[in-house]
Design a protein around this ligand. Structure first.
Ligand SMILES: Nc1ncnc2c1ncn2[C@@H]1O[C@H](COP(=O)(O)OP(=O)(O)OP(=O)(O)O)[C@@H](O)[C@H]1O
Ligand SMILES: [Mg+2]
Length: 496
């Protein structure tokens, strides 16, 4: 029989749930958008501020040029003091102005807060003297307390002389830094709140999917492999609305369940037909079998002289018809037990039943050692006496037929909580391991010559399992050479 495959255990690799993937995915997209917007706006602002600074730089340079044009001596080659072309009206604090003469001498200063001009260090002067004239301002790091500057170098009317004017970039840098922090803060806030809102929204959106999965799980817990199956589980109509994706899954599951329910009821109907057929056929066979047995017996006892070979043949006919009657009765019983739990409801004294069965087994197998372990108080349950007797008799017959003479067979009875436990243990060679998983199925028998010689059909344990199941109990087996245990668990207060 093909059994449903076990659901594979989740692998060891990390697998994110759909919910987490949706939330993380949308948070990542928002983070990416925030980073893009942030970078573009910071760069745009920086460009704008530098452009503005460059305009101011050009004005400052023009002012300094103006001051140089008006210097006394006009074409005089000696450079005036830096303050002359630096400390001018309109020139802002931090402005640097310098003059490089044709012989490479540099005169430069930086404007203080009260229009005073402070000198530059040697290193800063060295940096400035390396600059060449260009139409566009450049950014240069002057080091020390000055930092980055935008610098424009232009020529003066005196040949070989160039004017350097520079404005600090510190304000631009501060503003850009502030905006960067602001954008980063807002971005983080947006990503955080989007993740929380997304988690809540996804949770709500996936609820119907959880309900659909719940329905599927409940179906897997139903026993579908035998008997009349009522497959009534369905996804609710709200969760099976085909206009939504989850609804499509729900609707598909409902269609699947509908289909399976139909298949199961067809299977149940055809099984019932077969059972009825087997039960009817077995029933019909009993009468002709009884006649064959009767005629054979009559011929044997008729007192006529019959040749030995004919007597032997008649003996075989009688023995085989007895065996066939047993087989037919087993088949009929199994078909009836399959159809419905066809067992009686009466109080059964299991202690008495086991004592009788072991007594019978002892009579049938005097070469075995028979032992009884039963509690002092009678164990009484509600059930079908005849069928339960058959259960114990079948197990004892197996212990007799499938083990060699001298084997000890122990029948024990006990209470375990609410369960009445019958155990038939023997010290025989045991059931072959490959037979054990299917030993309770029909027509399953070991092929030892002993079993075959005994004419076993392989129905004894199938009847045991069916009767015990009809009583709501369980049948278990464990077998190793020297220790074979059949354990029957019957609910104590079972009301049938
Ligand atoms: N106590 C046991 N020791 C060893 N083998 C056993 C024992 N009980 C059952 N078996 C094995 O299990 C098989 C199935 O047993 P089951 O009672 O169903 O059929 P059977 O005894 O062969 O035939 P039937 O009972 O219908 O006459 C047996 O053929 C035998 O090989
Ligand atoms: Mg048997």
């Amino acid at each position: 029989m093909i059994r449903p495959r076990e659901v594979r255990a989740p692998g060891t690799g990390r697998k994110l749930s759909l919910r987490n993937r949706l939330v993380l995915g949308s948070a990542a997209l928002i983070a990416l958008a925030a980073v893009l917007i942030g970078v573009v706006s910071v760069l745009a602002l920086q460009g704008f501020l530098i452009d503005r600074l460059d305009v101011q730089l050009t004005s400052a340079s023009t002012r300094s040029q103006g001051a140089l044009d008006g210097r006394p001596g006009g074409n005089n080659q000696t450079a005036p003091p830096a303050g002359d072309f630096l400390a001018l009206p309109g020139q802002r604090e931090g402005t640097i102005a310098g003059l490089v003469t044709s012989d490479g001498t540099i005169t430069a200063g930086v404007l203080g807060n009260r229009g005073s001009s402070a000198p530059l260090t040697e290193a800063q002067l060295a940096v400035l003297s390396t600059l060449t004239e260009a139409s566009d301002p450049v950014t240069v790091n002057l080091g020390g307390t000055l930092g980055d500057y935008r610098i424009i170098v232009s020529s003066t009317p005196i040949a070989g002389e160039s004017l350097i004017v520079a404005l600090p970039l510190a304000d631009v840098r501060d503003t850009v830094l502030q905006l960067t922090f602001l954008v980063a803060g807002i971005g983080l806030l947006a990503v955080g709140s989007a993740a929380i809102a997304g988690a809540i929204a996804v949770r709500f959106a996936l609820r119907p999917l959880e309900r659909v999965a719940g329905t599927a799980t409940r179906v897997t817990e139903l026993q579908l492999d035998r008997g009349a199956v009522a497959l009534a589980e369905r996804v609710s109509l709200d969760d099976a609305d085909p206009r939504t994706e989850v609804g499509q899954v729900g609707a598909a599951l409902n269609r699947l369940l509908e289909h399976v329910a139909f298949a199961l009821s067809s299977r149940e109907a055809s099984e019932n037909k077969v059972r009825t057929f087997v039960a009817d056929a077995s029933h019909e066979l009993r009468t002709p079998l009884a006649s064959i047995r009767g005629y054979a017996e009559l011929t044997r006892r008729g007192g006529h002289e019959i040749p030995d070979d004919v007597a032997h043949a008649i003996g075989r006919i009688e023995a085989e018809s007895v065996r066939m009657t047993g087989l037919v009765e087993s088949l009929m019983l199994l078909a009836r037990l399959d159809k419905a739990a066809a067992v009686e409801h009466e109080s059964v004294d299991l202690s008495r039943l086991i004592i009788d069965a072991v007594g019978d087994a002892h009579a049938a197998g005097p070469d075995h050692v028979w032992e009884l372990e039963i509690p002092d108080d009678a164990v009484v349950i509600s059930g079908d006496r005849l069928r339960l007797h058959q259960v114990v008799a079948n197990l004892l017959a197996n212990a007799r037929m499938h083990t060699p003479a001298g084997t000890t067979v122990t029948a024990s009875l006990m209470w375990e909580g609410e369960l009445a436990i019958i155990e038939i243990r023997d010290t025989g060679p045991g059931i072959p391991p490959e037979l054990q998983p299917t030993v309770f199925e029909r027509f399953v028998r070991g092929d030892s010559s002993r079993s075959r010689a005994a004419g076993s059909a392989g129905l004894g344990l199938a009847i045991v399992a069916a009767v015990v199941a009809a009583h709501g109990g369980e049948t278990k087996v464990s077998s190793t050479p020297g220790n074979t245990v059949f354990r029957i668990e019957l609910p104590g207060g079972v009301v049938l």
